[in-house]
Design a protein around this ligand. Sequence first.
Ligand code: 0FV
Ligand code: MN
Ligand code: MN
Ligand code: MN
Ligand code: MN
Length: 566
Amino acid sequence: MTTLVLQIGSTPIYSNALGKTLRRPQSSTCIIVAETTPCRKTPIVHRRSANYQPSLWDHHHLLSTENKYAKDKSVPAERDLLKEKVRKMLNDKKKTYVDLLEFIDDLQKLGISYHFEAEIDIILTSSYQKERTNVRESDLHATALEFRLFRQHGLNVSEASYLSTKSDTKLQKCIRPFATQQLREFVDTHSNENCGSCDMVEMVVQALDMPYYWRMRRLDTRRYIDVYGKRHNKNLVLIEFAKLDFNIVQAIHQEELKHVSSWWRETGLGKQLYFARDRIVENYFWTIGQIQEPQYGYVRQIMTKINALLTTIDDIYDIYGTLEELELFTSAFENWDINRLDELPEYMRLCFLVVYNEVNSIGCDILRNKNINVIPFLKKSWTDVCKAYLVEAKWYKSGHKPNLEEYMQNAWISISAPTIFVHFYCVFSAQLSLKVLDTLSEHQQNVVRSSASVFRLANDLVTSSDELARGDVCKSIQCYMSETGASEDKARSHVRQMINDLWDEMNYEKMAHSSSLLHHDFMETVINLARMSQCMYQYGDGHGSPEKAKIVDRVMSIIFNPIPLD
Ligand code: 0FV
Ligand code: MN
Ligand code: MN
Ligand code: MN
Ligand code: MN
């Protein structure tokens, strides 16, 4: 088992580009750092601090982690043997239709269905096209399972009434609370029994903690492997294959993390911009939430870099920069002219240049491999997010309190998700469509807006108290409070209800996905960001303060701790 040394509570000393030594300020939430500038006439600049703690993860220790699933030469053969056994089971013509559906469901939940995409596609597509007489109308379990599998596969099932969409207000208002109540009672009556229904109880507890459909997939894969492993009637080959595959994929994830962590060190940004969050492991963790399969390593690495740069720039706008500096920074993105680099304040130059180089490097890869110049789209997405950051900085400075609607118009962009998706689309999609790029770039994709809004609201629920304490614009909760006079508790419930409604919107968009031009696989990664934000922010600010938000355990179980094999 590999464990990482956590580096907690140290006070690193950083040097800035001038060789001036800057010390990470140590104090409670809100402090002012006075910085004297060389010019005598310039007044002292007051800068805020978020007092973000250093990274919990030590880079050199990370580089030295060894993983036997990456090194051991017999592992691939062992996996392939199990894989072919599982493939035989999947193709077993003696299986009843319902057994086959359950088998596919297990493959998906165990995180191994990606090995059998072609087979599963044939099975689901052909039974979708048939008159669905296979499943008796009265068999609720089979019907529901079939609908869910079809929908997960991007097949449109309009009768899927268990699926909450805009029109299903009855379902939302009455059935959901009723079902929740029933599940709670089930747990209460069964939780003290040491009985046969134990894994049932465990699954219900998890469903109440976070609905299945809202969960980060990789975390759920990890959990389901445990749940399935405790079943009396488990398929031994299937569970062995799932565990081994999890560990092999984990070893691949670890190697990717080593690369991006080295990249991050080499940029020098963590050292130079000492006030910003140094969160390369967390930034990488987000990308597993968006796409977990091993073949997408390039996507994860690029997206980790984008996340790291967005996190850093967000902190420049929210914490360190003066309004005048931020105006210049925003113009730099708009002008996109490297000849004007020296017009920027010194501390912003390296950061701008790193973004500029990354965007060009991604653009170069895409031009070579997909023959489309995406640089204008990428550049625009950076300009747009910076403009949205600037709007908030101006609102803060002027004391403007937007109402909730005005806030959200800007905040779904300032959470950075639209920028993420433009990049993600370019590196992830096998074929690029200029039309899709246009709609993404012009903020016209409803599913992106909904997912970004979930991200924004989930973030506000856990970060806004600290943000306001150190000095920031009113966030959704406070906007709603000042607009309606509601209490903070009421405002928080309102925001949680908005998140519920946004999930309904996303489900709706998914069912209507043919009209949105988006490939269902891409749409799934868009929705995954909403899932991931609910994972990162479930117990606090897992991104900014991972030490306080139980995120370390999650990172350990997904990226570092292999599953013990029997
Ligand atoms: C959220 O932090 C955050 F880190 C963002 C938006 C940038 C990076 C995105 C990913 C890593 C996916 P914070 O609470 O500071 O964001 P706001 O928008 O509230 O300043
Ligand atoms: Mn498909
Ligand atoms: Mn921020
Ligand atoms: Mn911000
Ligand atoms: Mn925030």
